[in-house]
Design a binder for this molecule. Structure first.
Ligand SMILES: Cc1cc2nc3c(=O)[nH]c(=O)nc-3n(C[C@H](O)[C@H](O)[C@H](O)COP(=O)(O)O)c2cc1C
Length: 179
């Protein structure tokens, strides 16, 4: 059977470390995982972790000097069967809702209008409940983006409320059933 390819976007959230487990589990399902990290995500977890787990190149810098000739944000967009962003930060959600493409992840996403997209937000409760964030998610939902709602929990910042990344097992299950 042809190996499926997905893009796993990782953004600057304290939950970024959980994306390593996602990358690991999806790779074990015989999926070729292309991890794209934002610069902020790389403050929380290193590209080396994902590269080792996925046995695949990890993208952070849009303008990295590379030895392949293709325009990678377009070729990745064309190859992937699904685009999962987990954790999805408030900032990246806002950029996507505005059509901004100022890094590798937002560029690939904008270049993938027909690819199924799943976002698992993770952020402080006030950021999540902020009407701006809710409006941004509503706008993306209208464009067909699916959301995996965050859990209510005691958050890393000390607040208690909705905003913790959904369970990895739930994200994996929804991803696999969407492929
Ligand atoms: C310790 C720490 C934890 C953070 N956790 C989150 C988070 O869980 N969710 C979020 O939306 N932003 C969080 N932020 C803020 C983002 O990192 C910041 O908005 C950044 O610009 C996001 O960039 P990106 O969307 O390109 O990854 C956190 C920042 C710090 C310093």
């Amino acid at each position: 059977m042809e190996q499926k390819e997905i893009i796993l976007g990782v953004t600057g959230s304290i939950a970024a470390y959980k994306a390593a487990e996602l990358a690991n589990n999806l790779t074990k399902e015989n999926i070729l995982v292309h991890v794209i990290m934002t610069a902020a995500a790389a403050e929380f977890i290193t590209p080396m972790t994902f590269q080792t787990l996925t046995k695949n190149k990890v993208y952070v810098d849009m303008f990295e000097k590379v030895d392949y000739p293709d325009v990678r944000h377009i070729s990745l967009a064309q190859r992937a069967s699904l685009l999962l962003i987990a954790p999805a930060s408030a900032n990246t959600i806002a950029k996507l809702a505005a059509g901004i493409a100022d890094n590798m992840l937002t560029s690939v996403t904008l270049a993938s209008p027909k690819t199924p997209k799943i976002l698992a937000p993770a952020m402080n409760t006030a950021m999540y409940e902020n009407p701006v964030t809710q409006d941004n998610m509503g706008k993306l939902a209208k464009y067909g983006y699916k959301f995996i709602a965050p859990r209510a929990s005691r958050l890393a910042c000390g607040d208690t409320g909705r905003g913790a990344l959904a369970d990895v097992s739930e994200i994996i299950e929804i991803t696999l059933s969407s492929l």
